[in-house]
Design a protein around this ligand. Structure first.
Ligand SMILES: NC(=O)c1ccc[n+]([C@@H]2O[C@H](COP(=O)([O-])OP(=O)(O)OC[C@H]3O[C@@H](n4cnc5c(N)ncnc54)[C@H](OP(=O)(O)O)[C@@H]3O)[C@@H](O)[C@H]2O)c1
Length: 158
């Protein structure tokens, strides 16, 4: 029985008799998942960050949930580069080789979210942004409804 992502992926590959999959869905954003990223890199898997902006409009947000958009440190980095907070958050992920799928219904935001390839965050700011990693507390989609499932993946480090 699988209780984690890594063995779950390995088991899926074995059962499917495949060396790799094109898309493997996992349900936790906002935690930076460095170990998982390193594992995926070794396997040639591109990790995708959904809710890369912290999903501020999610209906189940609680008042004490962390908010990336409201953090003054993000604001300061954005000011330094003359970019928006969203662009900084997206650039951060892309620079660490994580694909991003931000969602917006606003034309100007959609356009803004594409303009992240004309600048680079320096190592100091990358480190600063890494320090936002909240591990499990940063997971905004907990999938409580399938907690009792035998493959529920949130019980181990990755
Ligand atoms: N497979 C899964 O289990 C799963 C789970 C979660 C999310 N997802 C997918 O991942 C995608 C993104 O997730 P998400 O919508 O939860 O979170 P998100 O992309 O982190 O945040 C979306 C929010 O950010 C706002 N926004 C977008 N660009 C902005 C910008 N440049 N400046 C200011 N605000 C901006 C949007 O506003 P407006 O829309 O009002 O413009 C919206 O309120 C969605 O397509 C979602 O379906 C998949």
């Amino acid at each position: 029985m699988c209780t984690s992502v890594k063995p779950a992926l390995e088991m899926s590959l074995k059962l499917l008799a495949l060396d790799y999959v094109n898309l493997y869905l996992m349900h936790w954003p906002m935690a930076y998942e460095q170990k998982l990223l390193e594992f995926c890199e070794k396997k040639g898997i591109v990790l995708t960050a959904y809710s890369p902006l912290g999903s501020p409009d999610r209906p189940w947000a609680k008042p004490d949930d962390p908010s990336l958009f409201e953090d003054p440190k993000i604001q300061a980095i954005a000011k330094k580069y003359g970019k928006s907070k969203a662009q900084i958050l997206l650039c951060f992920q892309v620079q660490r080789m994580v694909a991003v799928i931000p969602k917006s219904i606003t034309k100007s935001c959609i356009e803004e979210n594409f303009r992240i390839f004309d600048f680079e965050l320096d190592p100091v700011d990358m480190k600063e942004l890494e320090s936002f990693n909240l591990e499990a507390r940063g997971r905004l989609c907990h999938q409580q409804w399938d907690k009792s499932h035998k493959y529920y993946p949130f019980n181990i480090e990755f």
